[in-house]
Design a protein around this ligand. Structure first.
Ligand SMILES: NC(=O)c1ccc[n+]([C@@H]2O[C@H](COP(=O)([O-])OP(=O)(O)OC[C@H]3O[C@@H](n4cnc5c(N)ncnc54)[C@H](OP(=O)(O)O)[C@@H]3O)[C@@H](O)[C@H]2O)c1
Length: 334
């Protein structure tokens, strides 16, 4: 099959190229698309140099599956046009909560892909949501989740390439005693953290927090109660989450650990000694979502605490879209 990536020069687009290069998908041609600014530049794929095409000059009928990784405004304008000629798998937030559009983490709700033809557009969840629902799924199946309280520690790469560069330049300027300039973040991010991701809503939450709550309910179960606090931290890659889960049923720690150990896409690294847990830098580049610090909530016998870390550009974005494409091809495209 032929594939295309819109936003091929960005953080998620480049990771998608890497993952396609390593995947078992049989790729005849890969078309790389970005803005006019990148048109004509070349990116390597399987020992070939592929020329970037500008979005305005690209013909969407060239590929059967097109990954969109260019943000909401590009998705809003171009994905419906593209979807007349290709299947769109979109990374942006724009289509995620649309009624007729599947929001998919294959290990959790693959079956919703059977509806893809209604629009020819499939949405990829927010990076923080993907790693969360992956871990919650086996626990919800067994013990029925009543309520989740989650705090995130999100890497700068989640805000795009320009924001990643801002962490590097601020760190350099800070160490050289120079004045710090903030452009992509609302405050200094180097040697600091910012409890604010995406815009503020009227109720005092941020849109990132809303996204996590609504997307988790759409993917896993609309009856789950949830509250989130999303924080940007000066980490390059991998989002971390501190998760408190209250179940409807009683649980045992032994059963929880056994379920998580066999959860698809997950790895448990959890020993109660120095270093017996995963940190963001160790998860970078890995296809796994890591679970550490599994322990009972001492204030509520039906609740559990977890620490979950995953590469936000992989399971949180590019890897999940490629996995969606793989399942689509294997089971749903006739
Ligand atoms: N980063 C994450 O962890 C993550 C996780 C989940 C979802 N997402 C979502 O994935 C999308 C991409 O994020 P990112 O982090 O990769 O952003 P990024 O690094 O800023 O890259 C943006 C890409 O979009 C292209 N682009 C921008 N405006 C365009 C236009 N008008 N026409 C054509 N191409 C255009 C850029 O091309 P040029 O280089 O030519 O400007 C670039 O290739 C966003 O919707 C984001 O919310 C990101």
């Amino acid at each position: 099959m032929n594939f295309a990536i819109v936003g091929a020069t960005g953080n998620v687009g480049r990771k998608t190229i890497d993952i396609l290069e390593r995947s078992k998908l049989r790729i005849n041609n890969l078309f790389l698309v970005a803005s006019k600014k990148s048109s004509g530049k070349k990116i390597s794929f399987k020992k070939k140099k592929i020329k970037i095409i500008s979005l305005e000059n690209y013909d969407f009928s060239k590929a059967q599956i097109t990954f969109f990784a260019a943000g909401s405004s590009v998705a809003r304008k171009w994905a419906p046009i593209a979807a007349k000629k290709t299947i769109v798998i979109d990374n942006s937030k724009y289509f995620r909560m649309h009624k007729n559009i599947s929001l998919v983490v294959p290990e959790v709700n693959e079956k919703t892909l059977r509806n893809y033809k209604k629009t020819n557009i499939i949405a990829n969840p927010n990076c923080s949501t993907a790693q969360l629902v992956l871990v919650l799924k086996p626990l919800h199946d067994k013990f029925k989740i009543k309520r989740i309280v989650v705090s995130t520690y999100q890497a700068v790469s989640g805000a795009g390439k320009a924001s990643t560069d801002e962490l590097f330049s601020q760190t350099k300027d800070f160490l050289n005693g120079k004045k710090i300039k903030s452009k992509n973040f609302t405050k200094q991010i180097a040697f600091n953290l910012i409890p604010h991701i995406d815009k503020f809503a009227k109720d005092g939450y941020t849109k990132e927090e809303w996204k996590m709550e609504n997307e988790t309910r759409k993917i896993l179960d609309p009856n789950i109660k949830m509250t989130a606090t999303c924080v940007r931290v000066p980490v390059k890659t991998s989002h971390s989450e501190s998760i408190n889960i209250e179940f409807k049923k009683s649980y045992s720690l032994q059963k929880v650990k056994a379920l998580l150990k066999k959860a698809p896409g997950c790895k448990v690294i959890d020993t109660q000694k120095n270093g017996g847990y995963i940190t963001p830098i160790e998860a970078e580049g890995s296809y796994f979502t890591y679970i550490s610090r599994i322990r009972k909530d001492n204030s509520n016998k039906k609740a559990l605490n977890l620490w979950v870390v995953s590469d936000n550009l992989l399971k949180g974005a590019a890897l999940n879209t490629v996995q969606i494409a793989e399942v689509l091809i294997k089971k749903y495209i006739k």
